[in-house]
Design a protein around this ligand. Sequence first.
Ligand SMILES: [Zn+2]
Length: 458
Amino acid sequence: MFRRLRSTPIPGTRDEYTGVDFNLGFHVRSYTLDLAYRVGPNHLSGTAVLQLDNWKSLKAMTLDLAGSLKVSKVTAAGSGGFTPRVARFRQSDNKLRLTFAEEIPVDSEFQLQIRYAGSPRPLRTAWGEIGWEELENGALVASQPNGAPSWFPCDDTPDEKARYEISVSADNPYVVIANGELVGRQAAGSRTTWHYRADFPMASYLATVQVGEYQQLDLSGEGQVPVRAWAPPELKDLVRDEFADQSAMLELYSRLFGPYPFPAYTVVVTEDELEIPLEAQGLSIFGSNHAEGDHAWERLIAHELSHQWFGNSLGLAQWNDIWLNEGFACYAEWLWFEHSADRPAADSAREFYDELAEKPEDLLLGDPGPEDMFDDRVYKRGALTVHALRCLLGDAAFFAVLRRYVAAGRHAVVEPRDLKREVLAEANAQSVPQEVVEKLWDDWLFQRELPEFPEPRR
Ligand SMILES: [Zn+2]
């Protein structure tokens, strides 16, 4: 079983979607972030310790870090005889640029310790402001696709997964929530340090910190996976009601897609309203407007949960493949209603197919480009592509293929060909000619025109 946790050789030196230069030559194995945050003045300070190995010899290297955070010190340490030394560092264009005293030989393992501080703010991007954001009373982080450098130095591309330990101190009574499991909580004077460990490979855009005056609710159901929410005390009843089906969703998806990939699932509901909910690894973030007790956002509660499989456990190699995240997450909404409300996914498919037919057919699902990366057509046409595969293979084989694809890509990085390989194998077993699969694939992903509405093969 091959698992890609480091750069697949994507051609070029720049991410064509984010416009950010790649940081080439190394892989970050883990990030240990030891941070202090002050809500009032919005001040963040601390140290990031990165464990790296390099696949090229390095005289210099870069990391992504926003200019609003100033680095005061960088030190390096080696393991196995070689001791790298940082000769100098500077910051420009949201990059931290390091030069070493001597070249680090290829395949070394070394550590960087980076001390930094500043007032974090979101990065301005083509998709709006993303990353660390101040709330009325706290802060949130939502970094998709490239906002992670707004709060820590990182190699900010989706295929570069690493393990994380995140410690953040804040004034009482603020609660700090981050990815992974809470492994320690230490009070000292008027402040408390919250220590989380995320022991599964995670892309930098999915790393998050939430700070607010939250209280915890247990939303666990009959299943094994703990489900919890953090919400402002005055919203607790509404949140309990709005997220009543969260555990049932998790049970359903675990059955359809394979075991839930993380030890627990958390939702954070902020006091502020948020335009859209956001996914992070092991948790999702909703605004108070998504929990008004009317169940208006049930589909998004299902959608965000499904990203734990599609997007988080199965990460993207590059943003071009965003439909692998959003198409499956949108289809997961339809599956939820198929099971909970007796509404066949085929009916949802028909409804959104008819909507798509009214819209311009000028988008390439397989490579939509940065401007259309989060266009609703990517979500809906992506889900219709998944539905077309279901129609082609039949229910039993389709879900078996889905579970194989999810299992093979678990905690790693996937590309469309990984899905296609499973589909082709199954089609072959059913004596469906390869050309039929190739045509479906090409029509939905690499033609702009909307293909015929998918119908079951027999
Ligand atoms: Zn989504």
